[in-house]
Design a protein around this ligand. Structure first.
Ligand SMILES: Nc1ncnc2c1ncn2[C@@H]1O[C@H](COP(=O)(O)OP(=O)(O)OP(=O)(O)O)[C@@H](O)[C@H]1O
Length: 268
């Protein structure tokens, strides 16, 4: 069984530690973990440390993986690329990275299925450099998924996608996590997505972990006030899921300003 556990993790770009003291319970296969926090909190930095792209103190404990070398896949936030490859070629290359160059029927089938699930079969032979922002994000997502990692770190994977694509992608990733026994960490700004799709939520602010636990227990009015400086309610929708409704935003000096009525229903 694949598990990921962080033990007093820190990370730095130079000498200064930008993330420190992140300790989590063991995340197990099939679990989706949302990583939330304000801009510049340290979410990407934490992901890069877990992926081995940055150094720092502490231990990343990974167990039960097929092959240690390809166990972790990091999908970066910035998917801009000026490649001369087509979408299909880039996905094939990602699939074969680190393994033999012979391409089997199983490789082609898996790529086709992945592109189909993400709705990008129609742009298979478009050049990567000619894609829209959302198409590029979907191609990048496909490149990550076809590697079939045990641990997938996705940095704001839906930030460029329209509403239906956001839902399709997050639903697909969650069912893949269950089906293939992956541990998936997703950095998100949309807290309603965290409540809907993530089993657990890890909150980070100013480079430090604030809390980690079941999403519905972690995302509370008190947490949103402390971390995001907003007055908000978590109201159950008709299907029982929590929805974040922001009533007011703190200005400098922590005075809360009530939002206009028409914007109150838009959530976080
Ligand atoms: N290459 C870099 N060199 C030096 N500092 C960096 C570098 N990249 C990020 N930082 C700093 O690290 C801190 C954390 O940034 P990080 O990108 O991890 O935040 P984040 O939580 O992912 O933010 P966002 O939600 O805005 O994407 C910030 O203060 C940022 O300025």
């Amino acid at each position: 069984m694949v598990t990921l556990r962080l033990d007093d993790i820190g990370a730095s770009y130079g000498r200064k530690l930008l993330v420190q003291g992140v300790t989590t319970p063991a995340f197990t296969c099939g679990e989706v973990v949302a990583v939330i926090g304000p801009n510049a909190a340290g979410k990407s930095t934490l992901f890069k440390r877990i992926a081995g792209l940055l150094r720092g103190p502490g231990q990343v404990h990974i167990e039960g993986v097929k092959q240690e070398q390809d166990a972790v896949c990091y999908m970066p936030q910035d998917t801009s690329a000026n490649s001369v490859l087509t979408v299909y070629e880039s996905i094939l290359l990602a699939r074969k990275q680190g393994s033999s160059w012979s391409v089997g029927d199983d490789d082609l089938k898996y790529i086709d299925e992945t592109m189909d699930a993400l709705g990008i079969s129609g742009i298979a032979f478009k050049n990567i450099g000619e894609l829209s922002g959302g198409q590029r994000q979907l191609a990048s997502l496909a490149q990550s998924l076809v590697r079939e990692p045990d641990i997938l770190l996705m940095d704001e994977p839906t930030s460029a996608l329209d509403l239906s694509r956001q839902m399709e992608v997050l639903t697909h990733v969650r069912s893949l996590a269950r089906l293939r026994g992956m541990v998936v960490l997703i950095a998100l700004h949309d807290l309603n997505h965290a409540l809907r799709f993530a089993d657990q939520t890890l909150v980070i602010a100013n480079g430090q972990m604030i809390t980690c636990g079941p999403s519905s227990e972690v995302i509370t009015s008190a947490l949103l006030r402390e971390v995001y400086h907003v007055e908000a309610r978590i109201e159950p929708c008709s299907r029982g899921l929590g929805q974040v409704i922001v009533d007011s935003v703190a200005e400098k000096g922590k005075t809360f300003t009530r939002l206009a009525a028409e914007s109150c229903s838009q959530g976080a």
